[in-house]
Design a protein around this ligand. Sequence first.
Ligand code: CP
Length: 329
Amino acid sequence: MVHADNAPDSSLRALRHRHLLGLSTYGSDEIRLILRTAREFRSVLDRPIRRVPTLRGVTVANLFFEPSTRTRLSFELAAKRLSADVVNFSTAGSSVSKGETLKDTVRNIEAMKVDMAVVRHASPGVPHFLTRCVDVQVVNAGDGAHEHPSQALLDLLTMTEHYDSFDGLNVTIIGDIAHSRVARSNIYGLHTLGANVTLCGPPTLVPVDIRALGVRVTHSLGDALEGCDVAMSLRIQLERQDASLVPSTREYHDRFGIKLRDLERHPDLIVMHPGPVNRGVELASDVVDHERAIILRQVTNGVAVRMAILYLLATATRAHDMSAGPTVS
Ligand code: CP
């Protein structure tokens, strides 16, 4: 196997993109650069003083128009670990409730001289729209059911801690594919790096046209887990469903929930979940706490990946000398 770091396209030193809007347009060299950089920042997080001066003078605005725990906190922590200044915006308590438009909101925030905006919004395409309204760098922190690129990147980083190569790696994504930005970004990233992706869920939650992305589709969990290296369960997103698309959460768990017996039957299988987990629905509660469920490791890696994203985007446009790699001292 070829380790991700020794892959032939590992020589890239700077991102070609000014924004991170999604993984569909990122090449394998750019994705590997982010993963490589994240591994260096990962070592910073293990130090007694978890802060480096790398982005001193840069201001990051976290604009969250939708609830978030992991993404919002880890982007904030990532910016602070890099010594950037951070401001946090959430819809509750803002002038959006007085009728201010999205465009006016971000133009006012830009007027306060921010450099980067990390944006989460319920509507697909909002981060792309903002790149046309303001002159700040935009990071998509999840836009509707479209993409969640930083989540997929932290998922990819976590997989590299267990597998030497993406070539031929079999990843199964289980659950609410129809409403999942996490699934879409992972499909793009995994395919770009050479992995095989299987999607599994009830027909009501797996769009028929998703096969166009080159994935295998099955509606049987048993079938999906055969030969599978990584099982990624997704949250049932009740808030995005117009009608009840699963008969009951209990029946869903019976058919598509990963149980302890699945881990016993597949002794090399690792289980991932982007969170938040509905215990007893996507995963049995004892699976959530099992050592082969690496959900909290994903969360830790999320900070390192987001440090890498902020650093690489900031330095890509500031024409820093990238030859030495990130300053982690
Ligand atoms: N995985 C994820 O996006 O979690 P949050 O909604 O808590 O940010």
